[in-house]
Design a protein around this ligand. Structure first.
Ligand code: AHR
Length: 356
């Protein structure tokens, strides 16, 4: 497997020492009060107060818990399908939950999964802080965690200590690539224009990092392009439409829109048209994901570019589980690579059959 590395966000390697298994499965560590020796290195897993990684003692036939934050659109459905099919291909059993965009529900889901004693737990956290305590609880209860897609706040839970690794895209880079595309669409770095930014779920790692990557790149490369309003639309199409229809009344002269995901951009384009604007001609739109609906808007000339956020994380996640089970060194971050799709250079057309 290939582990990529980005210096932008995280900076150290996790060492996972190889242990000689005794043939006792991790599930043997279960029960709320049990004290159980899990490896021949005599590392003791004390359920409820464990401070160390627990190693897997088999590489296939694992019970894998999967805490999904929501199933509310093309991106999440594609991610879910990818995890389900990779689990099947690995010969593992997946126990899945869906928190419907609720932090409280997801914390409860993770606790339910912990009580079910999976061999390993996958968590795609709704926001960066809210699920940290649940991730720490899994570690304390001798269940290793891999954080998938959205990250937790790494100053509160650290890869290599509290969880095995993070598998996901470089959201900060995606934001910077979106800024580059919007700058290009508006005529280059010396352009003077005003734009608005529709941000994702407040407190989620894609909203924080895409926003930071975009704003930083724009300020550094095209200081004459000003963000006059930045408002959340919760990664949702209908909310994107509502928010944009208000913003376009307040800022009728804007020349660009950056949406943190495709769903909000699609809603925004509907609102711009309803307000008599011509997206693609008098207002340039850029967003992130790579859904079929957004790529069709790029192909129709109504959206300038889509930065990919590849939801097909399943293979990478289960390859990582395989490496972990074998006792390999894991990096703190396994990066999912992404591309940029535009009409002008043919990349949107070439990608379109794979869009989700
Ligand atoms: O965490 C990834 C983001 O979550 C995707 O960009 C978005 O569409 C989803 O809601």
């Amino acid at each position: 497997m290939q582990f990529s590395w980005s210096p932008l966000k995280r900076s150290f390697m996790t060492t996972v020492p190889v242990i000689a298994a005794l043939g006792i499965t991790l599930a043997a560590c279960g029960g709320s009060t049990a004290t159980t020796t899990t490896s021949s290195t005599a590392s003791t897993c004390v359920s409820g107060s464990n401070t160390k990684f627990v190693k897997l003692t088999k590489t296939t036939g694992l019970k894998v818990g999967w805490s999904q934050n929501a199933l509310d659109g093309a991106w999440r459905n594609a991610e879910e399908a990818s995890i389900v099919s990779a689990a099947k291909a690995a010969g593992d059993t997946l126990v899945a939950t869906n928190a419907n965009n609720s932090d409280d529900q997801q914390v409860q889901d993770i606790q339910t999964l912990i009580n079910d004693r999976p061999d390993i737990l996958l968590v795609d956290p709704h926001t960066e802080d809210a699920e940290v305590s649940a991730v720490l609880s899994a570690r304390k209860n001798c269940i290793p965690v891999i954080v998938v897609d959205r990250d937790v706040n790494e100053s509160m839970a650290t890869p290599g200590r509290d969880f095995a690794t993070f598998v996901g895209s470089d959201f900060q880079k995606q934001g910077a690539l979106a800024a580059d595309a919007l700058i290009e669409s508006l005529g280059g770095p010396s352009t003077k224009a005003t734009i608005v930014e529709l941000s994702g779920t407040t407190g989620s790692s894609p909203a924080i990092l895409r926003g930071g990557g975009f704003d930083g790149e724009l300020a550094a490369k095209a200081p004459g392009i000003k963000i006059v309003a930045e408002q959340t639309a919760n990664f949702a199409r209908a909310t994107g439409q509502q928010v944009m229809s208000t913003l376009i009344q307040q800022y009728p002269n804007i020349k660009g829109v950056f949406a943190h995901n495709d769903e909000m951009a699609i809603g925004a384009i509907t609102a711009l048209k309803a307000a008599g604007k011509k997206p693609g001609t008098d207002i340039k739109v850029v967003s992130i994901d790579g859904t079929k609906d957004a790529i069709n808007l790029v192909l129709a000339g109504e959206e300038y570019a889509v930065v990919q956020s590849n939801p097909r994380l399943g293979d990478l996640v289960f390859q990582t589980i395989g490496q972990y089970a074998k006792g390999a060194d894991l990096p703190a971050w396994v990066v999912q690579p992404d591309k940029v799709f535009k009409l002008a250079d043919g990349t949107a057309k070439a990608y379109s059959p794979d869009a989700f």
